[in-house]
Ligand binder design. Structure first.
Ligand code: ZN
Length: 405
């Protein structure tokens, strides 16, 4: 059965400009891209741009907005049910693959893999490695611990100090199902006692982490906002810098030399401030930190884009509402990307970061048929979050957002 998606323009994911073309799918794979193609069945895509299945390399499907008062009153298992909703609205953005940066466990990923729950393909990290007093430490000034999500057998506590504890914990995360290892090498916005401008963990600890992850065939992603935290990650072979708020010229050079990816999450601090506007109960220090970082973040990412650092799209969705992932593209364009570069960061570049570019990330013969039908000209990003019409995974229709015509 050959299905032709015809009459639209095709953005194949490689970064080149879209052009009118038909796409043929057979047995869940792209088999042909070209003009005047025929098949057994035709899907009219006129007036649309066909995009490859999109990626968000930094989500938290188990978080539904960070609101401290609400979170402490939420029953332990409720976030698993919220994740069902979060996964569906993410898929409706055309996102067919996500990397969960903390929260989702092997049960969530397995439910999606088995088709029990609709959602994007997932790489999971379970929980973020952090030093005592680091970005992942839930210690509160009153002495209580107030984690965003409680530890449980599938999502172990990940506060470690020293190379030996680090080695054991990385092995435990891999045992429990982690596809990727997440570490905080600097402070952050949402943690009570950490400073986004200060590095966390020393070289000896990160070296052991990367050594263990590599031995198990896993990549490492680093929450890294502070300059020193970014550098300790790059120096020791971490694959992607998440957030990258305080990049200096040396850090950018190091990334170019090592081939390190940047996942900017420009929308993240904005989502925190949106929550405040909606009345979420956030401590003042979180609000102050979100405001403090926005301008530096924009300047830092702009310098990295200008220098040619490889970028993959990520949003930190979960910090705020899910299902607005594509907002990030407009912000990347404000930092100097062309729309084609922003879509490339959301497709093939992201697939490369996740190590799945043999099968996903572009519309090319032989690859699996993850496909997004996007209303109008995709090089115009106006109203981007409401323009996904249909989403296909392996050639099967998996989402048809209600907002689209
Ligand atoms: Zn995050």
């Amino acid at each position: 059965m050959r299905t032709v998606y015809g009459g639209g323009r095709v953005f194949d994911g490689t970064g080149s400009a879209p052009a009118p073309a038909d796409v043929v799918v057979e047995d869940g794979r792209f088999v042909e891209v070209g003009t005047d193609l025929d098949g057994d069945e035709r899907v009219d895509c006129s007036g649309t741009t066909l995009l490859p299945g999109l990626f968000d390399c930094h989500v938290h499907v188990m978080f539904s907005g960070v609101d401290v008062l609400r979170m402490v009153q939420t029953p332990f298992s409720y976030p698993f049910y919220e994740a069902i909703h979060n996964l569906r609205v993410t898929l409706e953005q055309g996102i067919t693959t996500v990397r969960d940066a903390g929260g989702a466990d092997l049960g969530v990923a397995t439910a999606v893999r088995n088709g029990l729950v609709a959602g994007p393909r997932m790489q999971i990290s379970l929980n973020m490695l952090s030093q005592t007093g680091g970005h992942g430490d839930a210690w509160m000034p009153c002495g209580a611990e107030l984690a965003l999500l409680a530890d449980h057998p599938g999502r172990p506590r990940t506060i470690v100090d020293g190379p030996d504890e680090m080695r054991r914990k990385v092995r435990e995360l891999i045992r429990n199902g982690a596809d990727v290892i997440k570490v905080a090498t600097s402070g952050g916005v949402l943690s009570p006692r950490s400073d986004p401008r200060r590095g966390q963990f020393r070289d000896a600890e990160i070296a052991v982490l990367v050594e263990e992850a590599t031995a198990a065939g896993r990549f490492v992603m680093a929450h890294a906002q502070a300059t020193e935290g970014i550098k300790v990650a790059i120096r020791n072979g971490v694959r992607s810098i998440e957030h990258g708020i305080y990049l200096d010229d040396e850090a950018i050079d190091m990334m170019l030399t090592a081939g390190t990816w940047l996942v900017p999450t420009l929308v993240a601090p904005r989502m925190v401030l949106d929550l405040v506007d909606l009345g979420a109960a956030l401590p003042q220090h979180m609000i102050d930190k979100a405001r403090m970082v926005i301008d530096d973040h924009t300047a830092s990412i702009t310098r990295a884009i200008t220098a040619g650092v490889p970028v993959a799209m990520g949003t930190d969705s979960g910090v705020g509402a899910h299902g607005q992932n594509l907002r990030e593209l407009g912000l990347m364009v404000e930092c100097g990307m062309s729309p084609a570069q922003a879509w490339h960061a959301t497709s093939l570049s992201a697939a490369r970061l996740l190590g799945v570019d043999e099968e996903f990330g572009s519309i090319e013969a032989g690859k699996r048929a993850d496909l997004v039908v996007f209303d109008g000209d995709a090089m115009d990003l106006e109203g981007i979050t409401g323009r996904v019409r249909q989403v296909y995974a392996d050639g099967r229709l998996v989402a048809e957002p209600a907002g689209a015509e």
